[in-house]
Design a protein around this ligand. Structure first.
Ligand code: NAD
Length: 354
């Protein structure tokens, strides 16, 4: 297993180093896991003057899977947009054609009280949100700024999907649903947007190949509402880039803390970039406060989706469940009165559980 490790910025190196300990622990023989290390985001800008430099690109292309911490930070906020840390993330996703973003939102029963919703609404929640990652209004051309006929400044972007782009993400949606509870909800805005009308047509057509899957369609505004009203109605959600960006963040709050949620971004051959959904948390960086669980669960996804090692994925997830059941809590998931442990101590507990 050739894995490239990119800690990134902020809390990245703290959380990724705990995940690397997990990798070392699950390796059954030396050399089974081959790690390389590189830079992305602000760290790459500092070293090479670009957030996704050719050096990292070469490493990323050679790896089977990539483990990323997180990128960004106030230090880089005033840089021109093309060299901001986030451009490193968009760059690597585009370069490796990582078009499918898988974000589970699940709530461990032990953490039901950390959710902002009532425990009975979220306990046992287990949703998979699949977001298209390389198209839509984030990449559509033309875009830019201009002065209109009235001499007023305006900004504009283009929402765009080609049929083939919808087909490949819809396929990931159907296949994922087949491995779970066979329910797929496609989210769009087909009452307003032409792009969404095409999206809905393509998903409906593909449904013929997956008759066992129960397919539904939902407008994005309704989906946003249903996610907080009755989130357990969902199994797998598939949606475009911008809707998925917003809905997956909303769903993450159902699960209590963004410090708990992993993600995978896959290409057509299951090569993947795995990362926690949270950012670089500059407010707690360098203080041994960050929760490393989202990063460690990202490794479990890596074992499951890229390496087909369900055994190792289950082992990691079981270890995480055990430390939570034992009452181990970082600050973000602790309730009032609970003892808080640090990033390293959480790593110690998970390695011990393994
Ligand atoms: P953030 O996710 O970094 O932080 C939001 C809040 O959650 C903060 O209070 C933070 O302390 C807390 N938090 C985040 N991760 C945590 C963890 N593992 N354990 C405990 N608490 C955690 O979002 P933000 O503050 O909006 O952004 C900070 C920087 O991160 C910005 O530069 C932003 O652009 C970048 N960012 C990067 C990514 C990414 O790398 N994928 C995603 C989002 C934001």
């Amino acid at each position: 297993m050739k894995i490239l490790v990119l800690p990134g910025d902020g809390i990245g190196s703290e959380i990724v180093s705990q995940a690397v300990r997990v990798l070392e622990k699950i390796q059954s023989s030396p050399g089974e896991i081959e790690l390389s290390h590189g830079v992305l985001g602000g760290a790459a800008y500092d070293q090479y003057g670009h957030p996704y430099p050719p050096e990292t690109q070469k490493q990323a292309r050679a790896a089977d899977a990539i483990l990323l911490g997180c990128v960004g930070g106030p230090k880089y906020d005033t840089l021109p947009r093309n060299v901001r840390p986030e451009q490193g993330l968009l760059g690597i996703r585009k370069d490796l054609s990582l078009f499918a973003n898988l974000r589970p939102a699940m709530l461990y029963p032990e953490l039901a009280a950390s959710s902002s919703l009532k425990p009975e609404i979220v306990a046992g929640l287990d949703i998979m949100i699949i977001r298209e990652l390389t198209g839509d209004i984030y990449f559509g051309q033309p875009r830019g700024r201009r002065t209109n006929a009235n001499g007023e400044d305006e900004g504009f972007d283009t929402m765009h999907y080609a049929k083939s782009e919808v087909e490949r993400i819809a396929r990931v949606g159907f296949e994922t649903a087949m491995k779970r509870n066979k329910k797929l909800c496609s989210v769009d805005k087909a009452n307003v947007l032409d792009t969404s009308i095409l999206w809905r047509e393509v998903v409906t057509e593909m449904h013929k190949q997956y008759p066992e899957v129960e397919l539904s369609h939902m407008y994005v505004d309704n989906a946003a509402m249903q996610l907080v009203r009755a989130p357990k109605q969902f199994d797998v959600i598939v949606t475009g880039n911008i809707f998925g960006d917003i809905l997956s963040d909303e769903a993450s709050m159902l699960a209590g803390s963004i410090g708990m949620l992993p993600s995978a971004s896959l290409d057509a051959n299951k090569k993947g970039l795995y990362e926690p959904i949270h950012g670089s948390a500059p407010d707690i960086a360098g203080q041994n406060k960050a929760n490393p669980i989202a990063t460690i669960l990202s490794l479990a996804m890596m074992m499951r989706y890229t390496f087909n090692r369900t055994d190792l994925a289950n082992r990691i997830e079981t270890a995480v469940r055990k430390v939570l059941a034992d009452g181990k809590r970082t600050g973000d998931i602790a309730q009032k009165g609970e003892t808080v442990i640090g990033t390293r101590e959480m790593g110690d507990a998970i390695v011990a559980a393994l």
